[in-house]
Ligand binder design. Structure first.
Ligand code: ZN
Length: 489
């Protein structure tokens, strides 16, 4: 069998008005279209693509990877030009790959572009309808995907990560390849869409209500006739049609697929009263900020998570801590994306004054330069991440890092790259919802969670959702149609 593969990973937050351009992939991510170059790159990674290529090759099949497009961090919709460039490269790669018997595509499932709400569904439809490909096609998705009928109509099987924060890229690649190898003559895909948004903070795979759902899904995958059961607590900051949490079952027996999807969806929806946001008022947060001997507190800036597509520009934590900077029980490391604050050619050691909106920050400049790092925790380990130019201002117990742009910042290596000591601090600011637990190797109890300005608020009713999205739990406490079923023919 000759199998084409691709990996296209980007996550859109439609509340972020800034359009993503090709530079997100070419300069701050991965962009490859030559099969040989892709294989060389993949060998140094633990990606889905690498593992699916290995599994297929071990089974004696020829693999032709046609494209890798991975963006450095989530953001707004793709610009039309960026989307056209990506899609053209993908289709050209497939057209130029010769005769193909099957495809394994590693996609995200929450990509929106200018004028297109469901990019992955659009690409899969094009593969079937324009390229006329009729062979087996297996898709892996991020569990933050907003799964659509278009995706399920054109794929023979769909699977997803089982971990949040995501650590099981290779396992997901292996599962996708194995689904292809074991694929029966025909499959039925069933989706139960739940009219609810779950705070990502409540979707850890090891603890809490989502861990319980994953266990139930694993048990239900065992009966004959069920090929895969995947759960999708959708990335909630997508104001697009059909947004919702999904259970997706790939089965040989339609009735069994429907039974499993319905049962899991009912159980999941029934959990909705125990999806806490954990948000603290500032007074309570400050009162809990006692020194600890086993590492820092993590100040979790839930509304401005760059890992969820916010722009990182919120000053909420700086405003809160600035007046207390001389009275803190240890150093507190804070971060703001502020391109206008890092352009000056200031000297390290100089006293500086930064005029921010309604706040003036003064102190000693302790770092000025490029902020580049490789995470050493369990998420994005070893990847080169860049936030562009950075400057650090120290005043009292505060250290404020200003960077040119947002990035995946949920790892101590980010602060170390600008000369700070996160492990020795009283508290460290993270613009990440769950990833910091993998990055810092700690549990959810280490977080002090707050809401503020930004595009990833857990207070969903506060966001400018439109249309049917305002009927989703918890924006509407009684959604008119809590669970709807869709099944492929
Ligand atoms: Zn995700």
């Amino acid at each position: 069998m000759r199998v084409a593969l691709a990996q296209f990973i980007y996550e859109s937050n439609t509340f972020n008005p800034e359009l993503a351009e090709m530079s997100c992939f070419t300069e701050r991510g991965v962009w490859l279209t030559e099969p040989a170059a892709i294989k060389t790159w993949a060998q140094a990674t633990d990606t889905q693509l690498q593992r699916s290529v290995e599994v297929l090759a071990e089974a004696g099949h020829e693999t032709v990877p046609v494209m890798v497009a991975v963006c450095g961090a989530p953001g707004g919709r793709l610009s039309a030009a960026c989307h056209d460039a990506l899609k053209s490269a993908f289709l050209d790669g497939l057209r130029g790959a010769g005769t193909l018997d099957a495809m394994v595509l590693h996609l995200h499932g929450a990509v929106a572009a200018e004028g297109i709400d469901d990019v992955e569904g659009d690409w899969l439809a094009t593969v079937r309808q324009e390229l006329g490909f009729t062979g087996p096609l297996v898709v892996s998705l991020d569990l933050h995907a907003n799964v659509t009928a278009a995706m399920l109509e054109h794929a023979d099987a769909i699977t997803a990560y089982r971990t949040a924060p995501h650590e099981d890229f290779a396992e997901t690649g292996e599962r996708a390849a194995q689904l292809l190898l074991d694929l029966p003559e025909s499959t039925t895909r069933t989706m139960a869409k739940i009219a609810a948004l779950i705070p990502p903070i409540s979707t850890h795979h090891e603890v809490g209500p989502f861990a319980e759902m994953l266990n139930r899904a694993r048990d239900l995958q065992r009966p004959a006739g069920i090929l895969d059961v995947s759960l999708f607590p959708v990335q909630p900051w997508l104001d697009v049609e059909g947004l919702g949490t999904s259970v997706v079952v790939t089965a040989t027996d339609p009735a069994e697929g429907q039974r499993v999807a319905q049962q899991l969806a009912e159980g999941w929806y029934a959990q909705r009263f125990v999806w806490p946001t954990g948000l603290l008022a500032w007074d309570e947060l400050q009162s809990r900020l006692e020194p600890r001997s086993d590492g820092p507190w993590l100040l979790v800036d839930t509304a401005d998570a760059t890992t969820g597509g916010s722009d990182g520009s919120s000053l909420a934590a700086v405003r809160e801590f600035w007046p207390r900077r001389d009275n803190l029980a240890g150093t507190v490391l804070l971060w703001v994306v502020a391109p206008e604050m890092v352009s000056g050619d200031r000297e390290v050691g100089a006293q500086v004054q930064l005029d921010l909106p309604d706040l003036t920050v003064t102190g000693e400049l302790t770092f000025a330069g490029e902020c580049q790092f490789r995470p050493r925790g369990k998420a994005y380990t070893g990847q080169l991440i860049s936030c562009g130019r950075a400057q650090v201002v120290a005043s009292g117990q505060l250290r404020v890092i200003f960077t040119e742009r947002g990035c995946l910042c949920s790892d101590p290596a980010f602060y170390e790259a600008v000369g700070l000591d996160p492990e020795g601090a009283l508290a460290v600011h993270v613009k990440s919802l769950l990833g910091w637990q993998a990055g810092f190797g700690v549990g959810p109890e280490r977080g002090l969670y707050f809401d503020g300005p930004g595009m990833t608020s857990l207070n969903f009713a506060r966001l400018s959702f439109t249309g049917a999205r305002r009927e989703l739990w918890p924006i509407n406490p009684s959604p008119p149609n809590p669970i709807s079923l869709w099944q492929s023919i």
